[in-house]
Design a protein around this ligand. Structure first.
Ligand code: NAI
Ligand code: MG
Length: 489
């Protein structure tokens, strides 16, 4: 189900090695301290929290809970490292980033298994998408480190200083790479916090960063929940905040930063329209719908969570979709045949379930595949709603689960106006045989990314980010450098 093109594009060879569902090669410590100033240090208050495997509900490891004093220590370490790192010869800086990329590749099997254990996503996705793409981001931005003057000709480029970065649980390692790689390439130092349900690949990345020999304090990785994140946002020694997560937390952060000199980028929620025209290759479009909403259990900000099908083909598309849903395997994330893994946390499962109820109460018709699901752990069968309208909450709000809201349309203009009728503007998809429709749509749908005859494809060269309540700024590509630089005339 996951993206075969990505597999080809980022094939690093190892998927042909022995079955990754064996976890013999995985080393997880019983307890993780904070990575500050190049060392693993105990949290000031001595507090730790559990991280669990959402597929089994078992505790995998304990992770330090950083308090204000720890955040302060991390920011000071980053400040101390900043003059040396920002003044280092840019080509040298690039070498360190290349080294991170290479070590990640070497340890990719272990990273993939830990990502699936800690977060619940299918091993096929962590193996073929998350980990190779994370390495690709480090490779890509390593290449930019000594070419910044060429990226912005005629401008004087300077790093911002210390970047505070807060990331979510849906693509833990990949989001760390999205944030750390451009920050380092531009000469900034970093304090980053992974999400509380998925801290383990970030702590593994700390090991990689130490092994790559980065000067102490250039990257600091601290763990904790919302309070720790807020302490990073509010710390006066931070020059830039990069956040990916919910729109509600994004709002809190934007308010906290108003009137300060801090720079920020916010990558928030989405409710993408995936639009299927009657002239589309229908079987491919059905695969695209499946990938659009069921990839990573639908825990995807750019998921194709609203489907618009042209009326003349709607019955056929929906029937094919239901048939295809019945073939999807929900279960053990470490099994390479699994299509849909575990829901990331009990809280997220409760959120999704509440939307299933809301959707039915609003009069929507719910269909779920009849697959078996394991007794323990957090699971949700692939789900679609038909008979819903624009005003329904399951059409308007981000559910962040394997739940698709389906509507039909007659004309091109109707499809566009429905697609744009949302507070979000992150991504969109179009399926058609006509190039002209594709170009017209990319002009008229207000979304940062529009995929044509494909969905959920990512590449480090391509900027990503939203309009409206989906956020501020862009990450990836040349635009991603802009977010970590002061550009002077
Ligand atoms: P969240 O926005 O609370 O969590 C994201 C990150 O922000 C985590 O690292 C968290 O510890 C941190 N955080 C929480 N409160 C903070 C604060 N006041 N200041 C600074 N950092 C803070 O998201 P949550 O509660 O885990 O998920 C709720 C919903 O958010 C999901 O159902 C989904 O709709 C959306 N979401 C969107 C994501 C995206 O990629 N756009 C990613 C994760 C969640
Ligand atoms: Mg976990």
């Amino acid at each position: 189900m996951a993206t075969p093109e990505n597999k080809l594009a980022f094939d690093d060879g190892w998927q042909y090695s022995p079955a990754p569902e064996s976890t013999d090669h995985v080393r997880i410590k019983k307890k993780y301290d904070l990575f500050i100033g190049g060392d693993f240090v105990k949290p000031e208050k001595g507090r730790y929290f559990d991280t669990i495997n959402p597929a089994t509900e078992e505790v995998i490891s304990r992770v330090a809970l950083a308090a204000d004093a720890d955040v302060d220590k991390a920011v000071k370490a980053a400040r101390k490292a900043y003059p040396g790192w920002s003044r280092m010869k840019a080509a040298e800086r690039g070498k360190y980033i290349y080294r991170i990329a290479r070590i990640l590749q070497e340890r990719s099997r272990e990273f993939a298994a830990i990502e699936s254990l800690d977060g619940g996503k299918p091993i096929r996705e962590s193996r073929d998408v998350d980990v190779p793409l994370a390495a690709a981001h480090f490779f890509y931005y390593a290449g930019w480190a000594d070419k910044l003057e060429y990226a912005f000709p005629g401008r004087n480029v300077k790093p911002l200083g210390v970047a505070g970065q807060i990331i979510p649980w849906n693509f833990p390692l990949l989001m760390a790479a999205w944030k750390i790689a451009p920050a380092l390439a531009c000469g900034n130092t970093v304090v980053i916090k992974p999400a509380e349900t998925t801290p383990l690949t970030a702590m593994k990345l700390a090991e990689v960063i130490a092994d790559a020999g980065l000067p102490p304090g250039v990257v600091n990785i601290i763990t904790g929940a919302g309070e720790t994140g807020a302490a990073i946002v509010n710390h006066p020694g931070v020059d830039k905040i990069a956040f990916t997560g919910s729109t509600s937390v994004g709002r809190i952060i934007q308010k906290a930063l108003a009137g300060t000199r801090k720079h920020y980028t916010l990558e928030l929620g989405g409710k993408a329209a995936n639009i299927i025209f009657a002239d589309a290759a229908i079987d491919q479009a059905v695969e695209g719908i499946v990938n659009g909403i069921f990839f990573n259990q639908g825990h995807v900000c750019c998921a194709g969570s609203r489907l618009f099908v042209q009326e003349s083909v709607a019955d056929r598309v929906i029937q094919k979709l239901k048939d295809r849903m019945e073939t999807l395997i929900v279960g053990d994330p470490l099994d390479k045949n699994t299509d849909i893994g575990a829901i990331n946390s009990q809280e997220q499962l409760a959120t999704i379930r509440s939307y299933l109820k809301v959707g039915q109460d609003e009069g929507g018709e719910m269909f779920q595949s009849s697959c078996r699901i394991p007794k323990k752990g957090y699971w949700c069968r692939p789900t679609i709603f038909t008979g819903v309208s624009q005003s329904n909450r399951v059409v308007q709000e981000e559910i962040f689960g394997p739940v698709l809201a389906i509507q039909t349309f007659r004309t091109y203009n109707e499809a566009i106006s429905k697609a744009n009728n949302t507070p979000y503007g992150l991504s969109g998809g179009i399926w058609t045989d006509k190039g002209s429709k594709i170009f017209k749509m990319t002009q008229s749908v207000r979304a940062g990314v529009v995929w044509a005859n494909t969905f959920n494809k990512f590449d480090p060269t391509s900027p990503f980010g939203g309009y409206k309540e989906s956020g501020v700024g862009r990450e990836g590509g040349l635009h991603g450098l802009d977010a970590y630089l002061k550009l002077e005339a």
